[in-house]
Design a protein around this ligand. Structure first.
Ligand code: UD1
Length: 379
């Protein structure tokens, strides 16, 4: 086998790390090693959105970077396709492996399918049933042309079968993102981010960590329109009256905050009153972010991956969307789907905060099946 592994955007890096490691382990004792090439499309390119993750997760430097950068969906997808086709023609892989649901995922899968290269899709079968989400289109189309579909939760398998994908192509292996989390949890505890943000203080009885929340927000449907974004911000400002909320801000969201002149809503990072307010900070690397998330009282987010990570950590998660493609985080985990209406967000956040008294959450009530740190090995 000769596999081209494709990554493009931040969540992809977290998923590819354990897969590359598992293949390396396999190759050490394998009769016939699996050849591999790592291709970064360059969909994400800022140091804090890309390189920091390669460093933290010890992912080998990409063999090839297509350097496509940002553009409209059509332009970005087309540019990745054009450049990736040349790579496939030059290197003649037997398989390509794509992860998740970003534009790089569908673009490279489509190229491979036309060249009769086998496609492996990791994190297949997730469905929000909301076709206004660009990721939902990417998921459905990638799955339709994939040859090996690896799913993270049972719903993935059910969805694929309903779409007519033959059962023998589907493999329920668990969640590679959780492999990465479990592997790095201890290392993340050595991160200094809590000290840098003034959240940890040394007392005579040892270190004390203040109560705080973590927020991320970057979905186009939440931040691209002034009214929706304002509505969500107002709810979050209400929540941040109870405890400070730290907001590592995605470049798309930062641009929108500037465009809508929303900067006035945020407190300075080292604020006058450190016990409340919403604080914008730069995007964090994997270890710092894991450290921040794993000690939070509450996480508010529109990210898909963080719904899973909070479930594994047992941290209450309030999802700022009307749906989730990861239902196991609600049935087994700590996730509540709050939607984007102000009143409901505040209600969900307050009840999550009440629940998160000492000891009431702790480790996840029950970890979803096969979220055990061994998904990449099985895959
Ligand atoms: C992409 C994925 C989304 C994923 C998210 C994780 C698609 C359709 N969306 O969304 O599923 O949840 O990544 O972060 O693939 N930008 C920078 N620096 C960067 C990258 C982006 O400044 O390194 C800015 C650019 O202005 C760009 C905007 O962010 O136009 C959006 O980036 P893009 O990759 O198009 O989509 P994301 O919103 O990041």
């Amino acid at each position: 086998m000769k596999i081209i592994h494709v990554v493009g955007a931040r969540p992809n890096f977290v998923k590819i790390a354990p897969i590359i490691e598992a293949i390396r382990r396999h190759n050490r004792s394998a009769h016939r090693p699996i050849e591999g090439l790592l291709v970064h499309t360059g969909q994400h390119y800022d140091e804090k959105m890309s390189k920091l993750f390669f460093d933290d997760l010890e992912i080998p430097k990409p063999d090839i970077n297509l350097e496509v950068g940002s553009a409209s969906h059509a332009e970005q997808t087309a540019e990745i396709m054009k450049r990736f086709e040349n790579i496939c023609l030059d290197h003649r892989p037997t398989h390509i492996l794509v992860v998740g649901d970003v534009n790089s995922t569908i673009a490279c899968a489509l190229v491979a399918s036309k060249l009769n290269i086998k496609i492996i899709h990791v994190e297949a079968g997730l469905r929000s049933f909301d076709r206004s989400m660009p990721e939902e289109i990417n998921r459905i189309l990638t799955d339709a042309i994939s040859d090996y579909l690896f799913v993270t939760e049972k719903s993935g398998e059910d969805n694929l079968l309903k779409e007519g994908i033959p059962g023998e192509k589907i493999f329920f292996v668990g969640n590679v993102m959780i492999d990465t989390l479990l592997k790095h949890k201890e290392k993340a505890e050595r991160s200094k981010i809590l000290d840098h943000l003034g959240l940890r203080h040394l007392t005579a009885d040892g270190p004390v960590i203040k109560d705080y929340g973590v927020l991320t927000l970057h979905r186009p449907s939440n931040v691209d329109e002034r009214e929706t974004f304002q509505n969500i911000l107002e709810a979050l400002l209400d929540v941040s009256e109870r405890l400070p909320v730290f907001f590592p801000v995605h470049p798309r969201t930062r641009a929108k905050i500037a465009e809508f002149d929303f900067g006035r809503h945020f407190a300075p990072t080292s604020g006058i009153d450190p016990s409340r307010g919403m604080r914008l900070i730069d995007p964090l690397g994997y270890l710092d972010f894991l450290s921040l998330m794993s000690r939070a009282k509450i996480v508010l987010t529109d990210s898909g991956g963080m719904q899973e990570e909070t479930t594994a950590l047992g941290i209450p998660c309030v999802t700022l969307r009307e749906n989730t493609e990861r239902p196991v985080t609600v049935t087994h985990g700590t996730n509540v789907i709050a939607g984007v209406e102000k009143k409901r967000i505040v209600q969900c956040a307050l009840s999550a905060l009440n629940l998160s008294g000492p000891g009431s959450y702790g480790p996840a009530p029950s970890l979803p099946p096969l979220w055990d740190g061994k998904a990449a090995e099985r895959l």
